[in-house]
Design a protein around this ligand. Structure first.
Ligand code: NAD
Length: 316
């Protein structure tokens, strides 16, 4: 049976599938040529990430497709319900990238608390001529240890982030309207493990108590952080959004930075992707990454293997 991984798949995923007798094709076929390619090559499984669109017309035009697989979480690019109505299995890999996103959040948090985002912008330009002034400008760093991290959305990534926070010596408070508590197992290098039970509290309490706030909610119709929420936060809070563009009101964020309510913030996701607002890109209080939360070799490996084992379970 043939599998087209149109947006790529890890070598470990290919190996697992080939061992079970599948042929894996990793050519990237242009969107408008997909229908023709799939039918001509008798493809049974179509694997995508976020680039390839799998809409009703493609599903209708390719009756031999048995599985549509999304390497990653969000399936906005697939007409999932329609495919399922037609008897096609639609699978994804929701857990594979959680720890990678959590580590990116901490990359931003450690960077922001020591001004690394600014120092990295300034050192190439002024590091030789203005060293002492830069040293002074970035002297008032803070430690994360002993501080409170507020997690909004306590699902897979929220919990993975909480584990890293606990490991870093932080207190964790969390809000999730659909979850009362979660058990977190922290696993250490020598085989020891420790269990933590975290009970969620109200959104307001999280906003009021937190020195640092990280968002891990799904996309929704309303902003999760807007002017009202900013006004509830501690003065000088540091914020990270590695969830979805549109969960923070970006205009309200810039205002909150200008007023000093938010000291600094990090964005991995934007309301306008792939062309974020220039006011965000040029804002020196922001640490910025181009939606790379899940983009680690380890996550891609886990995604490939997880997709492969689901395909093998369904078809073998
Ligand atoms: P998840 O479904 O496991 O967890 C989301 C949690 O948010 C759920 O427990 C849900 O009850 C809770 N929630 C829903 N509405 C809420 C609200 N208004 N306030 C507080 N909590 C709310 O999802 P996940 O796998 O943890 O993913 C979280 C987010 O991260 C998603 O938006 C996902 O798209 C995003 N993500 C980003 C990247 C990246 O590259 N930056 C990578 C993967 C996932």
């Amino acid at each position: 049976m043939k599998i087209l991984a149109n947006d790529g798949i890890s070598q470990s995923g290919i190996d697992t599938l080939e061992k079970s007798g599948f042929e894996v094709i990793t050519t990237t076929v242009a969107q408008e040529q997909l229908e023709n390619y799939i039918n001509k090559n008798d493809i049974s499984v179509l694997l995508v990430r976020s680039a390839t669109q799998v809409r009703k017309n493609l599903i209708d035009a390719c009756p031999n497709i048995k599985i549509i697989g999304r390497g990653g979480v969000g399936m906005d690019n697939i007409d999932v319900e329609y495919a399922r109505e037609k008897g096609i299995k639609v699978i994804n890999t929701p857990a594979a990238s959680s720890h990678s996103v959590a580590e990116l959040v901490f990359g931003h948090l450690y960077g922001l608390s020591r001004f690394l985002h600014n120092a990295n912008r300034d050192m190439p330009l002024e590091g030789d001529s203005n060293f002492k002034a830069l040293k002074k400008a970035y002297a008032k760093g803070t430690e994360l240890k002993g501080k409170t991290l507020g997690v909004l959305g306590f699902g897979r990534i929220g919990q993975a982030t909480a584990k890293v926070a606990i490991g870093a010596g932080m207190k964790v408070v969390a809000f999730d309207p659909y979850l009362e508590k979660a058990n977190l197992k922290l696993e250490f290098f020598d085989g020891q493990s420790l269990d933590f039970e975290i009970e969620t509290i109200s959104k307001e309490a999280v906003l009021k108590q937190s020195d640092f706030i990280s968002l891990h909610v799904p996309y929704q119709n309303e902003y999760v952080i807007d002017e009202k929420e900013f006004s509830t936060m501690k003065d000088g809070v540091i914020l990270v959004n590695a969830a979805r563009g549109g969960v923070i009101n970006e205009v309200a964020l810039v205002k909150a930075i200008e007023s000093g309510k938010v000291a600094r913030a990090a964005l991995d996701v934007f309301e306008k992707e792939p062309q974020p607002e220039i006011q965000l890109l040029m804002n020196s209080a922001l640490s910025l990454t181009p939606h790379i939360g899940a983009a680690t070799n380890e996550a891609q490996d886990r995604i490939g293997v997880e997709l492969a084992s689901q395909i093998i379970n369904i078809l073998k």
